[in-house]
Design a protein around this ligand. Structure first.
Ligand SMILES: CC(C)(COP(=O)(O)OP(=O)(O)OC[C@H]1O[C@@H](n2cnc3c(N)ncnc32)[C@H](O)[C@@H]1OP(=O)(O)O)[C@@H](O)C(=O)NCCC(=O)NCCS
Length: 192
């Protein structure tokens, strides 16, 4: 519920409810709406469809909803004790509200809980938001894939977190989740 205050600003009368849940094929349309606004070279609908229809143990897709409205999603490929984060996007009007970080932290916690020890991803060398987000949660850039992106020939940075189930990273992850909770006034429900 929103209320208009004396200064004319709209503020939430209570903490917004943020739900992180598994994506289903019913989410395809809204995911694609976000995909085409968030990415310069979005995936085709058919690619996203096959991701959402794949074995949910191997392709883990989560969405974040704010008061029931999907604001972002993350998708990972899980295999042989490894997690590869293939995509994460937040709709422009919901960006800089902590949701991208919440999705990444939730996926990292999922990896730990499901016995995975190694997480990788890649991002465009020009993508400052992605770089800062991934650095914040502990990804280390390890190599460059030259001319990786076919739309503009841009390089990709490959980054990783090793030994995420070790006590050092688990403590870091706990601290990151705790700090996120202290900073963001949401009523959070994670159902995965
Ligand atoms: C990258 C993306 C998912 C971040 O989502 P978000 O919800 O806006 O990010 P958050 O509000 O959770 O921010 C978490 C951290 O990310 C970093 N960050 C996010 N947006 C940033 C920006 N525009 N510039 C610099 N750092 C940024 C910061 O480190 C931030 O921490 P801080 O708030 O303590 O500074 C979002 O910008 C997006 O959807 N971009 C388009 C798609 C994309 O590039 N995905 C990544 C592909 S590899």
């Amino acid at each position: 519920m929103k209320e208009r205050e004396a200064d004319g600003q709209i503020r939430y009368a209570r903490a917004p409810c943020v739900t992180v849940r598994r994506a289903t094929i019913a989410d395809l349309e809204r995911i694609m709406e976000i995909e085409v606004t968030a990415y310069s070279a979005p995936w085709h609908t058919q690619t996203m469809r096959s991701e959402l229809e794949a074995d949910p143990e191997r392709k883990v897709y989560l969405v974040a909803e704010v008061d029931g409205w999907m604001a972002g999603y993350i998708g990972s490929h899980v295999f042989a004790g490894e997690v590869h984060i293939a995509t994460v996007a937040v709709a422009p009007r919901y960006q800089r509200m902590g949701l991208g970080e919440l999705l990444v932290l939730t996926m990292l916690a999922y990896a730990v809980e499901h016995g995975c020890d190694y997480v990788t991803l890649e991002y465009r060398i020009s993508n400052r938001a992605a770089e800062q987000l991934y650095q914040k949660v502990g990804f280390i850039p390890v190599r460059v894939r030259t001319s990786y992106y076919i739309d503009n020939g841009e390089d990709a940075i490959v980054a990783e977190i090793t030994n995420i189930r070790g006590s050092r990273y688990r403590k870091k992850l706990e601290r990151l989740i705790e700090r996120w909770g202290l900073r963001h006034e949401y009523d959070v429900h994670v159902i995965i």
